[in-house]
Design a protein around this ligand. Structure first.
Ligand code: MRU
Length: 353
């Protein structure tokens, strides 16, 4: 088949596109100034796109990896139909090593891997593609369910603060935290969204603000350090964020700075809602202490927009996620339901449903 360019208008709901048997990603590194798609040819390119943050956000990373497995299976089967299952192991490893914290990555790879024995001698691509599309579809449905559940917790019209980007761009579409915000806004329960800019990658100012502005949802940007002062002024009932991994006891790993927000929220009597699909819950880790936290290049802190801003020769510490203890979380909202004041027993009950 001739290569066909992707001719769709860039949209947050189409950050991951499978079209003409090809995988395209909206390049989130250059939003909002440029809207461009990148085509990925194989698992190595897919892993690189995840590592360098062409695509980011836990559910979106998982969905992308699932499509990466489809590309890998295509190449391995074409090279050697008899032993594609052995050959593909290297690609699975490459994808698994792309980013460590978002458990959705490992969840999606495992879901794809489980199908390998069921395919028989035929070409595995159609079956694996069907599964990757299903993972994508289920994630969108989960976000809409979470949107309804989360909105039901917002008792009165209020402004909210969100952190990083947990929107359509970070998921299959609609978003986790932004899904709740979208549903609550439609129901008239949200006045305004305050979006932390989210240093150093600026997912808040570049991506969350872009998504909300496109939906005409009132959004105001804050530097990360301004959130506590905004809470002190009143009118903020909820912090609403997503997650990269939730431990069995309800501890939540999310973008660095989420913990600061939760501590400040406790002091100001503001509630904390974490919206995440059950694919983000890792019952194999007992507490947040066991969650691997990604550390990225210090240059990301020392630079801004590619320009050096840190003093020459200084060091920078760049953990890109932190852990908010379950005791600081008022509600975990999933597609299966809501867990109020999460703890180990309640998380186990949710996952048993
Ligand atoms: O480093 P990122 O941009 O991948 O971090 C993303 C986040 O921390 C999100 O809040 C999280 O993945 C939830 S996305 C629905």
């Amino acid at each position: 088949m001739e290569a066909q360019p992707l001719t769709i208008r860039a949209s947050a709901d189409q950050a991951i596109v499978w079209k003409h048997d090809r995988l395209y990603l909206l390049d989130q590194r250059i939003l909002p100034n440029e809207e461009a798609y990148i085509e990925l040819q194989n698992a190595t390119e897919t892993a690189k796109a995840i590592r360098v943050m062409v695509v980011r956000g836990a559910p979106a990373i998982g969905i992308t990896a699932a499509f990466g497995v489809v590309l890998a299976a295509r190449a391995c089967f074409r090279a050697s139909p008899a032993d594609w299952r052995e050959r593909i192991q290297v690609d699975l490893q490459t994808l698994a090593e792309s980013r460590p914290t978002a458990v959705n990555l490992f969840w999606a790879l495992e879901r794809m891997r489980r199908l390998f024995p069921t395919v028989g001698d035929e070409d595995p691509e159609p079956r694996l593609l069907q599964e990757a599309l299903q993972i994508h579809k289920e994630d969108i449905a989960a976000n809409h369910a979470m949107g309804d559940f989360g909105a039901s917790l917002i008792a009165q019209r209020t402004s909210v603060i969100t952190h990083c980007n947990a929107g359509a761009l970070a998921t299959g579409g609609y978003g986790t935290a932004l899904g709740v915000i979208r549903s609550a806004y439609s129901a008239g329960r949200i006045e305004r969204v305050y979006a932390d800019e989210t240093r150093p990658w600026l997912q808040g100012s570049r991506l969350t603000a872009w998504e909300l502005a496109r939906d005409a949802i009132p959004v105001t940007l804050l530097t990360d350090g301004a959130a506590a002062s905004r809470m002190a002024q009143g009118g903020i009932d909820w912090i609403i964020v997503g997650s990269d991994r939730i431990a069995a006891n309800g501890d939540v790993a999310n973008k660095i700075g989420t913990y600061n927000l939760a501590v400040a929220a406790k002091y100001h009597g503001v509630k904390v809602m974490v919206a995440a699909p059950t694919s983000t819950i890792d019952m194999a880790v007992a507490s947040g202490r066991e969650i691997p936290i990604e550390s990225r290049d210090p240059a990301e802190v020392l630079q801004c927009g590619g320009r050096q801003v840190g003093a020459a020769g200084v060091e920078a510490w760049n953990p890109v996620f932190d852990v908010t203890p379950a005791t600081l979380v008022d509600a975990i909202v999933t597609e299966k339901g809501i867990v109020l004041s999460p703890d180990g027993q309640k998380m186990a009950e949710l996952m048993a449903v």
